[in-house]
Design a protein around this ligand. Structure first.
Ligand SMILES: Cc1cc2nc3c(=O)[nH]c(=O)nc-3n(C[C@H](O)[C@H](O)[C@H](O)COP(=O)(O)O)c2cc1C
Length: 381
C-alpha cells in the first residue's frame, strides 16, 4: 500500500480513526465541553492566520530544527499529553513513546495515562516530558516526582487549566465510565469495531496505573469524575513555588491564556509557558489560543509552547510566526495511531515535516526564525 497516496493528510487519518473506534472512545477523544465553541472557533482562528508567500527567492532547503531548554530538536513539534490514551489504542503510550524517540521529538506522558512513568520513560528517548495533575498530598507529590525523575523524564509540565472537572456532555452521552468497564451499552458499540475489540481483548481494558498505585481501586465513577480527581488539587502560587523548589529540571505551566499571568509565572521561575485551552475540553468560553499567543509573546521572552487545533505543517508555521517556540499536538497523534497503528505515528511525522517544508518553500523561509517576517498583515504595519 502506498500510504502517502492513500493518507496524504491528517484528515485522512482522522476519518479512518473514526471508522475504527467504538463510539464512546471517539467521543472521549474528539469532543470538547459545552457547545464546543472553544474547540471549533479555536481551530478556525488558527486557519485564518495568513502568511505572505515570497517570489524570486531562489532554491531553498528549509531547516526545521530548533533549540529548546538548550537541547537541539530536529523538528519544532511534539506529542502532547492525553489521559487514558490506552483506551484509544492498545498499548498506546508505548507506541507513542517509541515513535517520539525514533523521530527525536518530545513525548508528554500524562499523570492519568494508562501506563506508568517506569514503563514509558525508558522508551521515550531524549525528550521525555511528564505532565502533572497536581497531587494534593505532599507525600504523593514527592513520590511522584522522584519516580518520574528516576524513570528518565527531564521536563515537568504542570497543567493548571483543570481547577475543577468539566462537563464534557458528548462523553457523558456516549456512556463512558472510569475506569472503563464494558456495560451492555458499550459492548454494543464495541461489537461494531472488531479491530479495536481484538486489540483490547489481547491487552485488557486500560486503567490509570500511576493513579491506581496511590488511590487503589476506584471502580464505577462517571468518566468526568475519575480517580485522577480524587487525588488532585487545584494548585495555587504556593504550590507552583513548592514544585519549583523540588524539581531541578525545566518546569513549565500548561494552560496559560492570560498575558496578565506572565509576571507571576516569571517570578515563580518557570522555564517555559504552554499556551493552551485544553483543546476546548474545560471551558467553552475560553479565547482561541492563537489569539492569545501573540499577546503572551509580547509579555515575555520565555520559550512558548503552543497547542490547540493544529491539523498540519502550515498550522505549525502559523503558530511559530505568531511567537511559538514549539508546537504540541494531542488529538492528531491519537487519530494517527487509531488509524494505522504505530505506522500511523511515523506517517504523521512525515506529513507534518513535509507540509512544513513545502510551505516554507512558498514563503521563502530558510529557517523558522524567518516566519514572523511573513505574517500578513504584518504586525509592524
Ligand atoms: C482525550 C484527551 C485527553 C487529554 N488529556 C490530557 C491530560 O491528561 N493532561 C493534559 O495536560 N492535557 C490533556 N489533554 C489536552 C491536550 O494535551 C491538549 O492541550 C489539547 O487537546 C489541545 O491540543 P489538540 O488540539 O492538538 O488536541 C487531553 C486532550 C484530549 C483530547
Amino acid at each position: 500500500m502506498n500510504i502517502d497516496a492513500r493518507y496524504p493528510a491528517l484528515s485522512d487519518l482522522k476519518a479512518r480513526a473514526r471508522r475504527r473506534l467504538p463510539r464512546f472512545v471517539w467521543e472521549y477523544l474528539d469532543s470538547g465541553t459545552g457547545a464546543e465553541r472553544a474547540r471549533h472557533a479555536g481551530s478556525a482562528a488558527l486557519r485564518n492566520i495568513a502568511l505572505m508567500p515570497s517570489i524570486l527567492h531562489g532554491e531553498i532547503t528549509p531547516d526545521l530544527s530548533t533549540t529548546l531548554f538548550e537541547r537541539a530538536h530536529p523538528l519544532p513539534f511534539g506529542i502532547g499529553p492525553v489521559g487514558m490514551s490506552g483506551l484509544v489504542w492498545p498499548d498506546a503510550e508505548r507506541h507513542l513513546a517509541r515513535a517520539a524517540a525514533t523521530a527525536d521529538i518530545p513525548y508528554t506522558l500524562s499523570t492519568v495515562a494508562a501506563q506508568t512513568p517506569e514503563d514509558i520513560g525508558p522508551l521515550a528517548g531524549d525528550h521525555a516530558w511528564f505532565q502533572m495533575y497536581p497531587p494534593r498530598d505532599e507525600t504523593v507529590r514527592r513520590d511522584m516526582l522522584a519516580r518520574v525523575r528516576a524513570a528518565g523524564f527531564t521536563v515537568l509540565v504542570l497543567t493548571v487549566d483543570v481547577p475543577v472537572a468539566s462537563r464534557r456532555e458528548r462523553q457523558t452521552r456516549s456512556g463512558l465510565i472510569q475506569p472503563p468497564r464494558l456495560t451492555p451499552r458499550l459492548m454494543a458499540q464495541v461489537a461494531l469495531r472488531p479491530a479495536w475489540a481484538i486489540g483490547m481483548a489481547r491487552m485488557g481494558l486500560p486503567r490509570m496505573r500511576l493513579i491506581d498505585s496511590y488511590a487503589g481501586d476506584t471502580s464505577g465513577l462517571p468518566s468526568t469524575a475519575h480517580a485522577g480527581y480524587l487525588l488532585r488539587t487545584s494548585p495555587d502560587r504556593a504550590y507552583l513555588d513548592w514544585l519549583r523548589a523540588h524539581w531541578d529540571g525545566p518546569l513549565m505551566v500548561k494552560g496559560v491564556l492570560d498575558p496578565a499571568d506572565v509576571p507571576m509565572l516569571e517570578e515563580a521561575g518557570v522555564d517555559a509557558i504552554w499556551v493552551s485551552n485544553h483543546g476546548g475540553r474545560q471551558f467553552d468560553g475560553a479565547p482561541a489560543t492563537i489569539h492569545q499567543l501573540p499577546l503572551i509573546r509580547a509579555a515575555t521572552r520565555l520559550p512558548l509552547i503552543f497547542d490547540g487545533g493544529v491539523t498540519g505543517g502550515l498550522d505549525i508555521l502559523r503558530a511559530i510566526a505568531l511567537g511559538a517556540d514549539f508546537v504540541m499536538m494531542a488529538r492528531p497523534w491519537q487519530y494517527a495511531l487509531a488509524a494505522l497503528g504505530p505506522l500511523g505515528l511515523q506517517h504523521l511525522v512525515h506529513i507534518l515535516a513535509a507540509d512544513m517544508r513545502a510551505n516554507m518553500g512558498q514563503l521563502g523561509a530558510r529557517r523558522l526564525a524567518d516566519l514572523p517576517g511573513r505574517l500578513y498583515p504584518s504586525p509592524a504595519g
